[in-house]
Design a protein. Structure first.
Length: 427
């Protein structure tokens, strides 16, 4: 009996070792299994220096979208020949808000020179911009908070080892680009006026080492439920399209042009027919109506057949470069009320479609090869999930009526991004 007990004890210990080695533990959740990418040696040194800010552990904050998703970014911000590190983090014992710190590399050590508490709990997007006419940089941050439709914009400058705020504003959507082709990035944003529930569109130019508000206009539409900014051309003039979904589900578009340093509503001939999104056609964008819903796609790129689905990508655009990309890679499904966002690196190569034989399964697929890179399965609360768990699906989101399971064939970083940015839509 003693030998049997000893063997059982060995088996139990082996099981614990295996579970630990594979990253699993009793009670482990999906969130616990999805960990951030390992830091480089330099990033780890910066993180160690940052830990002195708080008596407890400092957690790094990853931007949710954009090209610059790292929580630690290194630039020579003030052009003095020495690198600075921009770090986004949260210290729970200090504040619930996301923060930014700047550390300077001095004598082979990273030294904190300044910190800023953000106006939000998350960092939606970061853009480090070369300041006009200089070798210095400005830091554009879009801050957001859970369950808040309005985001906060901040532009910071780093001078004389201190952080200075250069611009602040709120927005419901924002887009960055080198609109005037001068080699420097500007941005345009839409904000809500809470006094009268109206909306305004503003353009911020990059000039004279500052980000300067060029002009602001009120939008004509009333009762806007949601909107999106896209870039296109009107008669060879760079244009910004404000696509609006009104409360009665009518879709409208207002157009603003940037020409010779002036930002203003587009002056269009009457026969241009650009008042309604479903009638819009120009050199970059073609919009049509399918199954009662409007969609917009690049007219110079044949859309994949899967795009002609009633549940389609929210909107597309073709920038001035030869690369066709989406302005927002979000697939919206109104049957089960969710929004599925994909990494921006995938935008020219993937689409989303419902499974042919299972209308409650959605796949992110590469149409040119047929490879499935990510799957979402919707199950009703109380519905048996054994089959899908056996097939490798894991639950990651629940609502009052549904449970959402995923199966991934992509790397951990992309899996993390898709799961963390997955949203339930509440009307």
């Amino acid at each position: 009996m003693k030998k049997i007990a000893e063997k059982l004890m060995v088996l139990v210990l082996l099981a614990v070792v295996v579970m630990t080695a594979t990253g699993c533990a009793i009670g482990t959740s999906v969130d616990n299994l999805l960990v951030a990418p390992l830091l480089t040696s330099t990033q780890n040194d910066i993180k160690v220096a940052l830990d002195s800010i708080s008596s407890s552990a400092v957690s790094l904050k990853y931007p949710l979208r954009g090209d610059e998703k790292s929580p630690i970014q290194i630039y020579d911000l003030d052009a003095d020949g020495s690198d600075e590190a921009i770090v986004f983090y949260n210290a729970q014992d200090v504040s619930i808000y996301a923060n930014m710190a700047i550390l300077k590399h001095v004598d082979n050590e990273w030294v904190i020179t300044g910190t800023v508490e953000g106006p939000g709990t998350e960092i939606e997007m970061v853009k480090v911009l070369r300041a006009y006419g200089t070798r210095t940089y400005a830091i554009l941050i879009e801050w957001t908070s859970t369950n808040s439709a309005s985001h906060q914009l901040s532009v910071y400058h780093y001078q004389n080892d201190s952080i200075e705020i250069g611009f602040e504003g709120s927005c419901v959507d924002m887009i960055t680009s080198d609109f005037d082709a001068d080699g420097y990035v500007e941005f345009c944003y839409v904000s809500k006026n809470y006094d009268d529930n109206g909306f305004t569109v503003s353009f911020v130019e990059n000039s004279n080492n500052i980000m300067d508000l060029l002009d602001t206009y009120s939008l004509n539409s009333e009762m806007i439920d949601c909107m999106a900014l896209t870039i296109g051309n009107v008669d060879e003039t760079r244009a910004i399209f404000v696509d609006e979904v009104l409360s009665d589900e009518v879709r409208a578009t207002e157009i603003f042009t940037l020409d010779n340093g002036e930002f203003a509503p587009a002056q269009l001939p009457e026969d241009y027919s650009l008042n309604v999104l479903s009638r819009r056609t120009n050199s970059n964008l073609t919009c049509t109506s399918l199954y009662g819903s409007s969609m917009c796609f690049p007219s110079d790129t044949p859309p994949y057949e899967e795009i002609n689905d009633r549940n389609a990508w929210t909107y597309w655009y073709a920038p001035s470069s030869d690369t066709i990309r989406f302005v927002a890679a979000t697939y919206v499904d109104e049957s089960y009320m969710f929004a599925l966002r994909v990494p921006e690196e995938w935008l020219a190569t993937v689409t989303v479609k419902q499974d042919e034989f299972d209308q409650r399964k959605y796949t992110i697929v590469r149409p040119l090869t047929g490879d499935i890179v990510f799957e979402v399965k919707v199950l009703a609360v109380g519905e048996d999930a054994t089959r899908y768990v056996d097939e490798g699906f894991s639950m990651f989101k629940t609502t009052g009526a549904y449970r959402f399971y995923y199966r991934s064939n992509c790397d951990l970083r992309d899996t993390n991004y898709i799961i963390n940015s997955f949203e339930i839509i509440y009307k």
